[in-house]
Design a protein around this ligand. Structure first.
Ligand SMILES: Nc1ncnc2c1ncn2[C@@H]1O[C@H](COP(=O)(O)OP(=O)(O)OP(=O)(O)O)[C@@H](O)[C@H]1O
Ligand SMILES: [Mg+2]
Length: 324
């Protein structure tokens, strides 16, 4: 039977009885979450099923593929906290577990009272999701601390005692599969303790819908052409032969927002205007040049790559260049 246990000592989660959440409540959460997110129905089902089953999870996907958006929506609807931690070499076990306030320790000696909880202890106590971005950048001993919390649902904190996880505590990790600088290959013991969901870019219509949602003030006449252009140009950065990792939908959102401002500055209200195309190029340079990562062997620049993508889109593909 599917059941989500609610956080101990917290207000009853949305739609829940306060103790156990029945399958019907998971369905209700899914419906409310889906209303704020474009597409991703399958991913939402899989994430919800994993966390409802009491499992911890790694989300593996390039930047900008809805990982944070989905988790924010799920935890908001469930009524539990979402705590963010960025995985990097400085993320020591003490940073996630917590520390004793040094000034108070000098005055009062160590006590549970002067312990300042870190995000792991907070998430365990409050029954929140601990979201660790770039999990594979965290040091080995930090991963081991997390594995203990995952496996035992409790950790021993020196001079504080055992912290037991509330029922809705989950660890959600994220990793970028293209990221291989400064990352460690996770040991099989880490992988063996986590479910995994690979997430990729959304299809073109969904990305257009995401951009439309995030750029609501772009005038409709301009947006009807600018949004498809911004999305197509951004997607082309992902398949260019000289690019190791292209831009996410964030680049498309910014291309559209910057281009719309530029159009306003330059008095362009109609995509048929002769200056429209060059204005989109200017916006692309600002929005995308820092977001594309070239192959090490490529003898080119981000600007050059964007110029090629732009020409392919507007010049070599006459359908794209036609207004409307
Ligand atoms: N399915 C979606 N529906 C609505 N907005 C979305 C969707 N996917 C992405 N976005 C928007 O795109 C941006 C990036 O999404 P998000 O922050 O969820 O990516 P992420 O996978 O967490 O990326 P990162 O790995 O870089 O943290 C946000 O502005 C978000 O609002
Ligand atoms: Mg994120």
């Amino acid at each position: 039977m599917t059941a989500i246990a609610a956080a101990n000592g917290r207000p009853a989660p949305a739609g829940g009885s306060g103790r156990l959440m029945a399958a019907a409540d998971v369905i209700a959460i899914r419906q409310r979450v889906a209303a704020s997110i474009v597409g991703r129905e399958r991913e939402l089902d899989l994430v919800l099923a994993a966390v409802a089953a009491g499992r911890d999870l790694v989300l593996e996907g390039p930047p900008g593929t809805s990982k944070t958006t989905m988790l924010k929506a799920i935890t908001a609807q469930w009524g539990i906290p979402l705590l963010f931690v960025e995985g990097n070499a400085d993320l020591t076990p003490a940073k996630i577990v917590g520390h004793h306030n040094p000034a108070r320790v000098l005055r009062e000696d160590y006590s549970a009272d002067n312990f300042v909880p870190g995000p792991l202890v907070e998430a365990m106590r409050d029954g929140g999701f601990l979201y660790i971005e770039e999990f594979n950048r965290a040091p080995e001993d930090t991963l081991n601390t997390l594995l203990t919390a995952i496996a035992d649902r409790a950790i021993a904190v020196p001079r504080v005692g055992t912290v037991t996880a509330a029922a809705s505590f989950r660890v959600i990790a994220s990793m970028n599969p293209y990221d291989n600088v400064g990352t460690t290959r996770l040991s099989t013991s880490v992988h063996d303790r986590l479910c995994r969901l690979a997430i990729d870019y959304q299809d073109e219509p969904a990305e257009r819908a995401v951009v439309a949602l995030r750029a609501p003030d772009v005038p409709a006449g301009l947006g009807s052409r600018l949004i498809p252009d911004g999305v197509a140009l951004t997607r082309a950065t992902r398949t260019h032969p000289d690019v190791r990792q292209g831009s996410s939908v964030r680049g498309a959102i910014d291309t559209v927002l910057v281009a719309a401002e530029l159009c306003a500055l330059r008095g362009i209200s109609d995509p048929g205007d002769t200056d429209y195309v060059e204005t989109v190029f200017d916006a692309m340079i600002v929005a995308l040049s820092g977001r594309i990562h070239l192959d090490e062997a490529a003898e080119t620049t981000a600007e050059q790559v964007l110029r090629e993508i732009f020409q392919d889109h507007f010049v070599l593909d006459p359908a794209a260049a036609r207004p409307g």
